[in-house]
Design a binder for this molecule. Structure first.
Ligand code: ATR
Length: 275
């Protein structure tokens, strides 16, 4: 029996067990993927205990993504740049920490808008938290020429720009609509627009007609931002796909089979969303 799971606190609402269990069943593998409720002060013991319990690895979620880096023997390039780990892979060499959020983000855009190229283009990223860091790394690696990071607290956007170099430009939150001028991509990584959160107030008119709009919020799936972009005739990609695609590299490493992200998986995970 091959074992994996997701460590978080709290963990009850994580969709990852539902997602990975779907793949395990569809592929008829002998394995299990478990929700692991790990209190912050137990993270070290839990992480070090995974190997002894026979786990091949685990996902790591809020609030452990940064703290778990201390207990990894190796950290991959993207995780190092993002400053967070969401996937642990256990081997004889020890614990490798990876971050698959950047891969998941770009794979979702490529699946949802295959003809859209990022090379040499301008992107606007709303937010400057952990999700924004993953999106920025993905877009830098995809060849974006300029990433405008707009955040309520400008200081956080400035820190992100300092970390990632001159292709990243910090923009005050008040200028978020003007920043859309000339952009080929707009991504919301803030919590605005999520069920029970305030709405995202932004004027989309400055966006060129060939721009793509994506939201990492997936509850609701069709956020107000995406609905307004679609009404303007812009191409949109919802956020659920990022969750699905970020899960695939971990699954492949633990269970030895490359899973597919298809409509059946999407429908299954969607049905597990609490409204
Ligand atoms: P994550 O790691 O998921 O990205 P986070 O670090 O809590 O989460 O970041 C949440 C993002 O949403 C931040 O960019 C935050 O802005 P601040 O850095 O200024 O806090 C943004 N955010 C949350 N509520 C907001 C609001 N009411 N208005 C504008 N931005 C908001």
């Amino acid at each position: 029996m091959q074992l994996a799971g997701v460590m978080g606190w709290p963990i009850a609402h994580s969709l990852s067990p539902r997602l990975h269990s779907f793949w395990l069943e569809a592929l008829a593998l002998r394995g299990a993927y478990l929700p692991l409720a790990v209190e912050p002060d137990k993270l070290e013991a839990a992480t070090r205990g995974l190997a002894a319990l026979g786990f091949r690895g685990a996902n790591v979620t809020v609030p452990h993504k940064e703290a778990v880096m201390r207990y990894c023997d190796t950290i991959d390039d993207q995780a190092g740049r993002i400053g967070a780990v969401n996937t642990l892979i256990i081997s004889e060499a020890g614990i490798t920490g990876r971050n698959t959020d950047a891969l998941g983000f770009i794979a979702n855009l490529r699946a949802g808008a295959p003809e859209h190229s990022h090379t040499g283009s301008i992107a606007v990223v709303l937010g400057a938290g952990g999700a924004a860091r993953a999106v920025a790394v993905a877009l830098l690696d995809a060849g974006c020429a300029e990433i405008r990071v707009c955040n309520r607290s400008l200081e956080r956007a400035q820190t992100l720009a300092e970390n990632f170099g001159e292709r990243v430009r910090p923009i005050p939150w008040a200028s978020r609509s003007d920043a859309l001028e000339g952009a080929r991509l707009l991504v919301n990584t803030t919590s605005l627009g999520m069920t029970n959160q305030p709405a995202l107030d932004i004027d989309l008119h400055p966006l060129p007609a060939d721009a793509l709009v994506s939201d990492i919020v997936y509850n609701p799936l069709m956020t107000d931002l995406l609905a307004r972009a679609q009404a303007r005739g812009l191409r949109v990609v919802d956020g659920l796909g990022m969750l699905l695609h970020q899960a695939a590299p971990g699954f492949a490493a633990w269970f030895g089979v490359e899973p597919v992200v298809d409509d059946a998986l999407r429908a299954h995970v969607l049905a597990g969303l609490t409204p």
